[in-house]
Design a protein. Sequence first.
Length: 232
Amino acid sequence: MYSMPKILLIEDDPQVAQLLQIALEQKGHAIYWARNGDEAARYLPKTDLLALDLGLPDVDGVELLRQARALRPRLPVLVLTARDDEHTKVYCLEIGADDYMTKPFSVLEFIARVQALLRRSYGGPRIRVGPLELDTEGYRVTLEGRELKLSKTEFALLRTLATAPGRVWSRGELLETVWGPDFDGTDRVVDVYVNMLRKKLGDDPRDPHFIETMVGVGYRLLEPKRDNPTVF
């Protein structure tokens, strides 16, 4: 089924983390909570937005921000910190933070900032990649104006690929994002659904125009040769 963006919250204060987690879940988001750098490394490859507290017990938050940006160059990052000096704020923005909030802050403002970052990074309810157009609210896909009949799982898989054209997704990442962490099947289900999508797209895996297999790695949606992917 369609999966809402996943938020990685790195916060060592359980009370603050629980408060933010409840607020995010009420908006329909799935939350990964990490209390330190080691836990964060486990979830970072499969998250859609990072909310990072700089004051962590085992690693400097600024260094963790550097690592996150190196691993996920396009990942939206919201820094949370009690440090209110201008130098820290400017430095974090310079090395890759997209937004910055100083503690204490309003939970409502936090949610608004998260939502704004998600819209800015992944666009509005429609995504267009070349001749493909996805209506993420209506679960509709059109190819050159012709509607394709996709199941919710097929739609979720295509949407995941379409949020980052050119990015290679491993089977494990797709399994976690589309089917969820509690799915008890194997990652071969990804291959099955990719093949089903290809048939509906009229795509030839030997000469793909849409979904390309990266042998030994995973899959990616090819970037359009002439049109830039747009969201609106």
